[in-house]
Write a protein that binds this ligand. Structure first.
Ligand SMILES: NC(=O)c1ccc[n+]([C@@H]2O[C@H](COP(=O)([O-])OP(=O)(O)OC[C@H]3O[C@@H](n4cnc5c(N)ncnc54)[C@H](OP(=O)(O)O)[C@@H]3O)[C@@H](O)[C@H]2O)c1
Ligand SMILES: *[C@@H]1O[C@H](CO)[C@@H](O)[C@H](O)[C@H]1NC(C)=O
Length: 376
């Protein structure tokens, strides 16, 4: 049997779903000759590590107990029955991860899986990567900080996977990577990469008011608790940056032009979420209604997309033909159109659910299995 030891950073919605997937896929993996051994799990405050990392990972019952405690809102260091594990905090936690990478690096190998939502994991990821470990991310932040940090991580291209950072489980990164490897030059990528904004923009076509749509989206649970986190475009800009960097462009988040759907005077510094929803939002209705009408006269629709073309990445509203893949989008799917020499007139289109703990965690698990040849 091939053993893949992993340390999981972050035990939120995605991290816990990953642990569930690992447990429920045991028999499928067994048939493929693979065992995933979870040797460590961390949250924002502490890290749990199995005593004997060389032999055993954590037991499935113990992993289930961790998930149970975390979903009940307890921190990892709450009085779990630690069994064959030890708890580390702060600097010791980082040292323990690095020590594990050093000792497993030369034998079985180690995968460090970042399912946190933190920008602070970048240093430990760079460190373990330089020691020969694999790095797998659902977390976009380490890939969207300074270009130098990105390059240090991506330099070990055979050992890093981050499919779930763009379009969750959809094979966006894999498709771009395949085109690059085949020497097919990519000239343009256009993506609707937010389920929330995909829904909002397609609903606008039916003549509904923007404010009504956003309020409805919030009550359907489609938005972040503060919908401005979706409407700012920042999350899409991070995804666009990852795609642009994948194309080899040395750009930073600050180089991306982002059109926010609300003006700064309605921002979180000036207005509460409640006031924004109740009063701010409806000020935006009229202008958007006009833009929808103008586009419609030309056979176009409005989409909130990231456009990657000519060494520039822009995020915001674009007019796109009604009969394109993006134009036909309804509801909360993600859609990405990739144009290259081979896909010049008719782009390569990837479409489907682009968020959710389940699909995101499944994408992470597939990334782990994809690296199996690097393990003993
Ligand atoms: N959910 C999706 O649909 C989706 C799709 C694509 C990508 N992603 C990305 O996947 C990541 C996880 O998403 P999520 O929804 O699971 O987030 P979440 O529920 O907020 O969970 C984040 C987890 O990370 C932990 N954490 C925070 N700082 C940490 C640190 N410095 N070191 C280790 N762990 C740390 C948190 O600890 P505490 O429990 O102590 O707070 C929490 O357990 C995010 O980066 C997100 O952008 C999510
Ligand atoms: C993801 O998991 C979190 C935490 O368990 C939960 O609050 C959220 O509703 C889940 N999201 C989806 C789309 O299932």
């Amino acid at each position: 049997m091939k053993s893949i030891p992993i340390i999981l950073l972050g035990c939120g919605g995605v991290g816990r779903q990953l642990l569930h997937h690992i447990i429920s896929c045991r028999s499928i993996h067994y048939k493929q000759g693979i065992v995933i051994k979870v040797v460590g799990v961390s949250d924002s405050r502490s890290l749990l590590v199995s005593d004997d990392i060389m032999l055993t990972g954590m037991e499935d019952e113990f992993l289930a107990a961790i998930c149970h405690a975390k979903s009940a809102g307890s921190p990892l260091k709450s009085p779990l029955n630690l069994g064959h594990c030890r708890l580390f905090t702060e600097k010791e936690a980082v040292e323990k991860i690095v020590a594990t990478a050093s000792s497993l690096g030369g034998t079985t190998g180690l995968a460090v899986v970042d399912c946190s939502a933190s920008a602070e994991t970048i240093d430990v990821l760079k460190h373990v990567s330089s020691l020969g470990s694999c790095v797998i991310l659902a977390n976009k932040k380490p890939l969207t900080c300074a270009i130098e940090d990105f390059e240090k991580l991506a330099f070990h291209f055979r050992r890093i996977r981050f499919e779930s950072t763009v379009g969750a489980g959809l094979p966006v990164i894999a498709s771009v990577t395949r085109l690059i490897s085949s020497g097919d030059p990519i000239s343009r990528i256009v993506g609707s990469l937010s389920g929330t904004l995909g829904y909002v923009m397609s609903e606008l076509e039916d003549g509904k008011a923007f404010s009504e749509i956003v309020r409805a989206a919030k009550s359907l649970g489609y938005t972040e608790p503060d919908p401005r986190d979706d409407l700012s475009g920042m999350d899409i800009a991070r995804k666009g940056l990852i795609l642009a960097r994948l194309l080899g462009w040395r750009i930073n988040l600050a180089d991306i032009k982002i059109e926010s759907l609300y003006p700064s005077e309605f921002g979180p510094d000036s207005m509460s979420t409640e006031d924004f929803l109740a009063k701010g939002l409806s000020h935006l209705d009229e202008k958007l209604k006009e833009r929808v009408a103008t586009a419609s006269l030309k056979g176009n629709v409005l989409r909130y997309v990231c456009v990657i073309q000519d060494l520039r990445c822009n995020v915001g509203i674009q007019e796109l033909p009604k009969d394109s893949a993006l134009g036909r989008l309804r509801g909360s799917d993600n859609v990405v159109e990739i144009y290259s020499r081979c896909y010049e007139k008719s782009p390569l289109v990837i479409q489907g659910a682009g968020a959710g703990n389940d699909t995101t965690a499944a994408g992470v698990l597939a990334d782990i299995i994809d690296l199996q040849d690097l393990f003993a």
